[in-house]
Design a binder for this molecule. Structure first.
Ligand code: NAD
Length: 508
């Protein structure tokens, strides 16, 4: 009997906190969900808002990874032959289906990730737009034509790479899968995607969407698992490229493994980004910007501006306003429309973030608000991984909370006096993912943007990330780019064809 898409099953419609239990298999290749071969190594996956088990995660082994990659390869042979317009048509249909089921997909994302429904809906909308954007690019892929003497000429062909692997982090599960799949598919590649073992559910929904939209079986596949499954993917000889999103230590391993097969890699890694607020800023916008830079997805965002440098003259007003607004953030059931902060991804992540706050206190930081475990009044949320958003004052550049990526709702505020001083301090990091500046001085804004050693700089806002623009890191935050037109270069290779119209002039 044909499988019904997950999102059409009764348990997936109208998901609210504490209701979803996923029993269906979460692997997907050859156009269908695939039951794990060996359920012995199953591990529980939790619903962050309740601490309840949502499903089991069974990692794919060698044989399963091989099947998924072969399935992708056979789809690649068909897909890469299609005209860009044909690929675009199928991608646009996928985007339409995502828009149609946006609310259901968002609720499942919330159940698995703990972020608020408001943010999850934005993420799913962004995913649909991302597919539309790359569908628009698919028919425009072209090479260059050069005339040579004597009527001869040469041209380049922009060709797909083949089977691309995507390895995702848990903070934007559906969106990360789409940000890798959309450009890869637009360029004529097929993909095997491995979500984080903590957020395995929505990637398979994406696979079903592509199938329903008319993509050949095997075009977008999902294998579940953690480090071992990821290792199998990186070493597989039929894989042409690995696009990785995750932490710096794992990124280094993925690069090393991929280098054995001389595979291309894109590295979207962590960050500890600076946000610089000058005294000539529009203060209310700067405060709102600082909140947007720190508290989306419970602070678990790679490009967050967690080192907030504030010019000393406006520090008291800034702190008063930022603390007032932080304390007022509605925290609780992430499936409710009015909630603005949900639960962290896991108990260990919550403990890790709380430990960072403790270390900060020991090193001399002053907690102005939050930084504690939070127990919402709703009894079903008692086991959830909640903490109150935290603002730290009295921070110094040498403190752990200022140097390391915390990946939780913790804002470190640091005073500065001059532009020259703050630029030097802001760049004093091994990371370089993003940066931000609030000022009314146009020249200063662009001076800062030029000097920042980071892949993005937001002027008078933060975390806006238009998907028409490239996103990626400097320094240890990675290389290669996602989003924007340039990503086509990371999912294609160029072939030069030289055509002789005359006779061969031989030296021999
Ligand atoms: P992680 O490095 O622990 O895991 C990322 C992915 O790698 C997961 O799918 C994991 O299963 C897989 N993996 C782990 N070991 C592997 C191995 N040996 N071989 C192959 N794959 C392996 O990261 P995380 O905790 O899931 O995510 C948080 C990190 O991701 C943060 O540092 C954050 O800044 C970063 N991040 C970066 C971006 C970006 O675009 N730059 C976006 C989101 C998250």
């Amino acid at each position: 009997m044909a499988q019904r898409p997950l999102i059409q099953l009764p348990e997936f419609s109208n998901v609210s906190t504490g209701t979803l239990v996923v029993k269906e298999p979460l692997n997907f290749w050859n156009g269908a969900r695939v039951r794990p071969k060996d359920a012995k190594s199953a591990e529980p996956v939790y619903e962050p808002a309740t601490g309840r088990v949502l499903c089991d995660l069974v990692p794919c082994g060698e044989e399963e990874v091989d099947q998924a990659i072969k399935s992708a390869h056979s789809a690649f042979l068909k897909w890469s032959k299609l005209a860009g317009m044909e690929r675009a048509r199928i991608m646009l249909e996928a985007a339409r289906i995502i828009r149609e089921r946006r609310d259901e997909i968002a609720r499942v994302e919330v159940a698995n990730n703990g972020k608020t429904i408001t943010e999850a809906k934005v993420n799913i909308d962004t995913a649909a737009r991302c597919i539309e954007y790359y569908a628009g690019i698919a028919p425009t892929l072209a090479g260059q034509h050069i005339q040579l003497p004597g009527g001869s000429f040469a041209y380049t062909r922009r060709e797909p790479l083949g089977v691309c692997v995507g390895i995702g982090a848990w903070n934007f599960p559906f969106q990360i899968a789409v940000m890798k799949a959309a450009p890869a598919l637009a360029c004529g590649n097929a993909m095997v995607f491995k979500p984080s073992p903590m957020t395995p559910v929505t990637a398979v929904i994406l696979a079903e969407v592509f199938k329903e939209a008319g993509a050949p079986e095997g075009l977008f596949n999902v294998v579940q698992g953690g480090a071992e499954t990821g290792t199998l993917l990186c070493y597989h000889p039929m894989v042409a490229k690995v696009s990785f999103t995750g932490s710096v230590p794992t990124g280094k391993k993925v690069m090393e493994m991929s280098s054995k097969g001389v595979k291309q890699v894109t590295m979207e890694l962590g960050g500890k980004s600076p946000l610089i607020i000058f005294k000539d800023c529009e203060l209310e916008n700067a405060v709102k910007g600082a909140l947007m830079a720190n508290f989306l997805t419970q602070g678990q965002v790679c490009c967050n501006g967690t080192r907030v440098y504030v010019q000393r003259d406006i520090m008291p007003q800034f702190l008063e306003e930022v603390v007032k607004r932080t304390k007022a953030i509605p925290l609780g059931d992430p499936q409710l429309e009015g909630t603005r902060m949900g639960a962290l991804i896991s108990r260990p992540q919550l403990d890790k973030v709380l430990a960072y706050v403790d270390v900060a206190k020991k090193q001399g930081a002053k907690v102005l608000c939050g930084g504690e475990p939070f127990a919402p009044s709703d009894p079903k949320l008692k086991g959830g991984f909640f903490m109150s958003p935290c603002v730290l004052d009295n921070c110094r550049d040498d403190m752990t909370c200022v140097k390391e990526e915390i990946f939780g709702p913790v804002m470190s505020v640091l005073p500065f006096d001059t532009e020259e001083e703050v630029l030097q301090r802001a760049n004093n990091s091994t990371y370089g993912l993003a940066s931000g500046v609030f000022t009314r001085d146009v020249s200063r804004a662009h001076r800062v943007a030029e000097v920042m050693q980071a892949g993005s700089c937001f002027i008078n806002n933060y975390n806006t990330n238009p998907l028409e623009m490239p996103f990626g890191g400097y320094k240890m935050s990675g290389f290669g780019r996602e989003l924007g037109q340039v990503t086509v270069e990371y999912y294609t290779q160029l072939k030069t064809v030289v055509v002789e119209m005359g006779d061969v002039e031989s030296l021999f």
